[in-house]
Ligand binder design. Structure first.
Ligand SMILES: [Zn+2]
Length: 320
């Protein structure tokens, strides 16, 4: 069991996070942060949560996952403030380097809060930018805060067995391919079948390469899958994580897997997210002193993201 059961859940909040987005006409707009924070405040969790401040990642921290050339490319595009960072999904805007660094740094602040023992569970809503690769932007994602956090946990805290669990509708390709041949990155991803949804990857036979062959879990879900299908598939994730005995868990809880998202076709309710959070807290208590960080990920229906992420934070609090 956790040694920190009386400590509040850290929830990261602030303008720096709210400012990561691509304008009002883009699915990843600037109103996502506040949509969640209003819902969370209304949930009345009181002293069981504590708001924490954002911080900006340094270039050295970004370099833990990304190449120097890529970081330099984003810096230049940010200064120019026009054009796209990828094939057309992720536009540049003035200052995108800084706001993307704020997202990444805040996920590292969540990791620090947990590793320092200030809390056992922490959540950052504007985070989980799982499509960014080591050398490229993709799918609204510039810097891959989860990938950076995994490398950071290894370098700063000497951990090796880190579990990454992703229930966003989209495959977490940036994390998967970033660690595809790394047997120590415990990876489980439930996502809409790539034959029907961006980015098209994450087939069931993608289990890792080289020394990591057979060690990773990709579970494609059929379009229209709901809570029943999620619960069934979740049993595989749970058994896999339990068996892998991680030292730290990162949950990417994208809310675009809920029914009514404008760009995907999965039909979970927010109870899928509550279930994942609750069960992962139990596994975290069993294997890693309760340590878990939740990252918001995708979600383009504001009501859905507000409810799903609030249920994740509630589940973290109830598990204390
Ligand atoms: Zn997504």
């Amino acid at each position: 069991m956790s040694n920190n059961q009386d400590k509040p859940i850290y929830v990261f909040k602030g303008e720096a996070l709210a400012n990561y987005g691509f304008g009002d006409d883009h699915p990843f707009g600037l109103d996502r942060h506040d949509a969640f924070q209003v819902e969370l405040a209304e949930a009345g969790l009181g002293d069981s949560i504590r708001y924490a401040d954002t911080r900006r990642a340094t270039v050295d921290e970004l370099s833990l996952f990304h190449s120097a050339d890529y970081i330099d490319f984003i810096s230049k595009r940010s200064a120019e403030g026009t054009g796209f960072l990828d094939g057309g999904d992720t536009p540049a805007y003035p200052g995108i380097f800084e706001t993307a660094s704020d997202v990444a740094g805040t996920t590292l602040a969540a990791v620090d809060a947990v590793m320092n023992g200030d809390t056992t569970r922490a959540f950052s809503p504007i985070a989980g930018l799982h499509h960014a690769g080591r050398e490229h932007a993709a799918g609204f994602c510039v810097f891959n805060d989860c990938g950076i956090a995994i490398e950071y946990l290894r370098k700063e805290y000497g951990l090796s067995r880190i579990a990454y669990v992703d229930i966003d509708a989209h495959h977490g390709d940036g994390v998967f391919y970033g660690f595809e041949d790394d047997p120590d990155l415990i990876f489980a991803d439930l996502h809409e079948d790539g034959r029907f949804l961006y980015p098209g990857t994450g087939a069931v036979d993608e289990t890792g390469t080289g020394a990591a062959a057979g060690t990773k879990l990709n579970i494609p879900m059929p379009p229209g899958a709901g809570d029943e299908e999620f619960d069934e598939a979740w049993q595989l994730v749970e058994a896999y994580i339990d068996n892998a005995e991680p030292e730290f868990i990162i949950l990417q809880c994208g809310a675009d897997s809920l029914e009514g998202d404008p760009i995907t076709h999965l039909c979970y309710s927010e109870e899928a997210h509550a279930l994942a959070a609750r069960r992962l807290c139990k596994l975290a208590d069993r294997h890693c002193g309760g340590r878990i960080v939740g990252t918001g990920g995708g979600g383009y229906n504001r009501r859905n993201l507000a409810r799903a992420w609030t249920r994740v934070v509630q589940s973290f609090a109830e598990a204390q």
